[in-house]
Design a protein around this ligand. Structure first.
Ligand SMILES: NC(=O)C1=CN([C@@H]2O[C@H](COP(=O)(O)OP(=O)(O)OC[C@H]3O[C@@H](n4cnc5c(N)ncnc54)[C@H](OP(=O)(O)O)[C@@H]3O)[C@@H](O)[C@H]2O)[C@@H](O)CC1
Ligand SMILES: Nc1ncnc2c1ncn2[C@@H]1O[C@H](COP(=O)(O)OP(=O)(O)O)[C@@H](O)[C@H]1O
Ligand SMILES: [K+]
Length: 487
């Protein structure tokens, strides 16, 4: 599990270490880690042409100290001082002592031929997008051939939200210190961070503000069936999705549930004929949810329409004491009658994309974690806010940011697949917020596998779910399954 920590949390942890270590020691740790990653990425030091973009704060200090270390190893380092009078004094002195050169002129900083550019303009102290001088230097860096490495955080990205208000440094790699900040993995910031490398600087951190699951975390939550299991004990999920005219959503959602957790899937709705033809394994009725038989969780909404019948089905399942996942058309209906979800005794999971989210009247700006949390607290539900980094927030504030997936998932029907996956996990009795996070992770991995063969369609994601489960199980650090009992 990767913990995500806010800038304030990191700063507070830093000040504890600062109080008990010699002056500059913490920055030395950061700079040493930074230089080490740079050498690994570049593959050499001698003759390496490095340009440092140096802002006026400690982020610039990190870059200068790392530049000094690289100079000592034989690199040719130039520091471009964006605010020369305020450049970190000790870092500047160190770079000069080591033999590095400095300039205040962007045209003289060697950006057109650098092998490596370190962005030390702003870190956790940055506010808003890049200022004009910084933006000009970044534009030169981007136009040049150098590998773009951000120090702690790509400058211009908000550490806590990932919001980018204006311009930012488009890093290929980010070397971050002490903890991964949310802005590196969510919102626009995710696209600016590139690959994230975490350098341990010995901070004692509080509980993270949000978490990102790893393959091993997800595998550990997907228990194998045991000798005593039968199809009912693994959880039975009910699906109400699709329509007679458009059975697709019912087929995709049912198939995804079957391929995630092959206990039993019951389908109720007017797409019955199409679902039966596609999935003989499902138990299908063209009646209402009450006609479907016993289930442990319901999925309602994908392609199910917004007419009076759909409205009364939504009210019927929300009136049960079972976990319910509400998606697509059912979200449109729920937005008009949110009281149906408030105060339920069992968990409710909403899976909106941006437009569905705003239909509830919730604001969606650059802070997707904050928005999902506000919505979850408002209705007392789990909110899975879809996107390239899907955010899951529970009613108690527990928050996950998904780290898997591919833009190829932006195609019709993949949301229906996600609903089936999460619904199946809910039926196993998994905590609703975890089920949403685990489902998003698994769905993203299945999408990545499906996309490896070229552009994907939603049914490819369904087909790749078992392989995705296998991939998660074989990830490093997965706890070993108990050996089978031989009788
Ligand atoms: N604390 C520690 O011990 C350790 C901290 N560490 C490092 O310190 C970093 C935090 O340093 P920090 O707090 O000095 O702030 P920082 O990120 O350098 O930015 C402030 C400067 O940026 C400027 N500026 C602001 N917005 C801007 C914009 N949009 N565009 C352009 N400029 C802008 C702002 O200017 P001003 O507003 O003052 O005019 C000010 O000069 C942290 O990320 C990590 O790298 C590590 O070494 C580990 C030990
Ligand atoms: N740019 C993107 N990168 C990664 N995943 C994406 C992107 N755009 C959408 N997705 C994912 O694709 C799925 C789309 O769901 P949704 O919009 O509900 O589609 P549909 O309603 O057609 O089934 C979600 O899981 C979402 O997170
Ligand atoms: K930076």
């Amino acid at each position: 599990m990767t913990g995500l920590h806010t800038a304030d949390q990191v700063r507070a942890a830093e000040s504890q270490v600062l109080a008990r270590t010699p002056e500059g020691a913490l920055m030395q740790r950061a700079a040493t880690g930074l230089a080490t990653v740079c050498l690994r990425l570049a593959g050499r030091a001698v003759g390496l042409r490095v340009t440092l973009l140096v802002g006026a704060g400690d982020n610039g200090g990190d870059a200068l100290w790392a530049g000094a270390l690289l100079t000592r190893r034989g690199a040719a380092v130039t520091g471009l001082l964006l605010d020369p009078a305020r450049a970190h004094p000790a870092g500047l002195a160190a770079l000069r002592r080591a033999g590095g050169r400095v300039t205040g002129d962007p045209a003289a900083a060697g950006l057109h031929r650098a092998d490596l550019v370190l962005d030390g303009i702003t870190g956790t102290g940055g506010r808003g997008g890049l200022r004009p001088g910084a933006a000009e230097a970044v534009a030169r860096a981007v136009a040049g051939p150098g590998l773009l490495v951000a120090v702690d955080l790509p400058s211009g990205v908000d550490a806590d939200t990932g919001a980018v208000d204006g311009e930012a440094f488009p890093a290929q790699h980010t070397v971050t210190f002490g903890a991964v900040k949310p802005g590196l993995v969510v919102g626009e910031g995710r696209g600016f961070a590139g690959r994230v490398h975490l350098v341990d600087i010995g901070l004692e951190l509080p509980a993270p503000t949000a978490r990102q699951l790893t393959d091993a975390d997800v595998a550990a939550r997907l228990a194998d069936p045991g000798a005593g299991d039968d199809k009912y004990s693994q959880g039975v999920v009910g699906v109400h999705a699709g329509s007679a005219t458009y059975p697709g959503a019912g087929v995709l959602c049912t198939g995804a549930a079957l391929r995630s957790r092959p206990g039993l899937v019951r389908y109720a709705g007017t797409a019955a004929e199409g679902v039966r033809a596609a999935w003989p394994e499902a138990i299908v009725t063209d009646g209402r949810p009450a006609d479907a038989g016993r289930v442990q969780a319901w999925v309602v909404g994908p392609g199910a329409g917004t007419d009076d019948e759909a409205r009364s089905v939504l009210a019927e399942v929300l009136a049960t004491d079972l976990p319910v996942l509400v998606d697509a058309d059912a979200l449109t209906l729920l937005a008009a009658s949110p009281e149906l979800a408030r105060g339920r005794s069992a968990p409710t999971v909403l899976t909106p994309h941006d437009r569905e989210f705003t239909r509830f009247g919730w604001e969606l700006g650059g802070d997707r974690i904050g928005a999902a949390r506000t919505a979850a607290a408002d209705l007392g539900v789990t909110v899975l806010l879809k996107g390239d980094a899907t955010v899951v927030a529970g009613p108690d504030g527990t928050t996950f940011v998904n780290g898997t997936g591919t833009p190829w998932l932006a195609t019709a029907g993949t949301g229906d697949v996600l609903s089936g996956v999460v619904g199946a996990l809910l039926a196993t009795g998994m905590d609703a917020t975890e089920a949403a996070a685990v489902g998003a992770h698994l769905h993203g991995r299945a999408g990545q596998l499906a996309a490896a063969g070229g552009p994907l369609i939603a049914s490819d994601v369904v087909r790749h779910l078992p392989a995705a489960v296998h991939l998660l199980r074989t990830a490093p650090h997965v706890p070993r399954a108990r050996p089978p009992v031989i009788r």
